[in-house]
Design a protein. Structure first.
Ligand SMILES: NC(=O)c1ccc[n+]([C@@H]2O[C@H](COP(=O)([O-])OP(=O)(O)OC[C@H]3O[C@@H](n4cnc5c(N)ncnc54)[C@H](OP(=O)(O)O)[C@@H]3O)[C@@H](O)[C@H]2O)c1
Length: 306
């Protein structure tokens, strides 16, 4: 699993964030995800808080940076003072370089292991964006490059644009969980990891990561209703099967979703957001649990039927 730190330093107080990072390190959860705009939309947030929280943890634990696979994202940070993604700095080569250097300063490190283009920027040719990111990789400031929130046709364009380049995007981080929203549901700015996207990733040898796997806790918490577009007859049936599998496995339904994601034939690595040590432990237990193959098949079948 990847630990998502989106709200660390804003709605998750920094002291709790730091405790969670300590526990994650001890549990061996050492793939950590942030972005240069987390979490600007929270009242009082500027967008640098999550990276700064991680930076202070690295500063307090000299030598441990090398044990963490650290990803951040650029392109979706609004220009100074704006709270609107329409004002995002974007993905021109100059903007990418400037944003990465600002991230490295906040993180207190000289490189990130994975840099994502956070949202699509149709004003810049994909070949220019990819070329600029590869340049940073060749300079050693970035280990791998990836994209986030690309629909299948744009991902195909990105794969084509990368030919002639060195390697192009190796990772894709997209919205993914067990339940699918009704067709036509507006998730913007999120983009689903649907079957068409998964097929492009398979063809391009791109590793898939899925964010928002727990739907903010909706699989287990009465205080968290399903998001708009998810309360469908097909999903109610799927939730019943999920509950049966969970009952057999000793996991709760949210944990069962994480275990299924990690174990399914087309693996999608879960990017899990937590706001307490208990939630982190719950997720870590889940991804270490092996579900019987027949339960994996049952979950896939009811999901496909929907
Ligand atoms: N690339 C992108 O565009 C993008 C977009 C969104 C997210 N992300 C990444 O994905 C990560 C996760 O995103 P997300 O927060 O939307 O994920 P999520 O899986 O939908 O929700 C995480 C939330 O679920 C609740 N939760 C966690 N463990 C639980 C448990 N055991 N029982 C009950 N509730 C539990 C917590 O809510 P409370 O904190 O309220 O308790 C937690 O903050 C982010 O941190 C970020 O790194 C990326």
């Amino acid at each position: 699993m990847t630990l998502g730190t989106m709200y660390f330093g804003t709605t998750v107080p920094e002291a709790i964030g730091v405790d969670v990072l300590d526990e994650a390190f001890d549990l061996g959860v050492r793939t950590w995800d942030t972005a240069n705009n987390y979490a600007f939309w929270v009242p009082g947030g500027t967008g640098g808080e999550s990276e700064e929280c991680l930076g202070r943890w690295f500063a307090a634990h000299p030598g441990r940076r090398d044990d963490i696979f650290l990803s951040t994202k650029v392109g979706a940070r609004p220009r100074h003072g704006s709270k609107n993604l329409a004002d995002a700095v974007g993905l021109s080569p100059t903007a990418i370089r400037g944003q990465l250097h600002a991230s490295l300063a906040r993180l207190g490190t000289d490189r990130v292991d994975l840099l994502y283009a956070h949202i699509d920027d149709e004003t810049v040719p994909l070949a220019e964006t990819i070329g600029a990111m590869e340049e940073l990789r060749d300079e050693g400031l970035v280990g791998e490059i990836g994209a986030s929130n690309l629909p299948a046709p744009r991902l195909r364009e990105a794969i084509d644009a990368a030919s002639g380049h060195d390697r192009g995007y190796r990772f894709l981080q997209q919205r993914f969980t067990f339940l699918n929203p009704a067709v036509g549901t507006d998730l913007s700015p999120h983009v689903l990891l649907d079957d068409a996207v998964a097929a492009e990733c398979a063809a391009g040898g791109i590793t898939m990561l899925g964010y928002s796997p727990l739907l903010s806790g909706a699989y287990t918490r009465p205080d968290r209703p399903l998001p708009d577009g998810y309360d469908t007859p097909a999903n109610r049936e799927a939730l019943a099967v999920l509950a049966q599998v969970a009952g057999r496995s000793g996991l709760d339904s949210g944990q069962t979703v994480l275990a299924w994601m990690a174990q399914r034939a087309t693996g999608v690595l879960p990017v899990v957001g937590v706001s307490s040590i208990e939630q982190l432990r719950s997720a870590a237990t889940a991804v270490k649990t092996t579900l019987p193959q027949q339960d994996i098949h049952a979950l896939e079948a009811v999901r496909m039927a929907g």
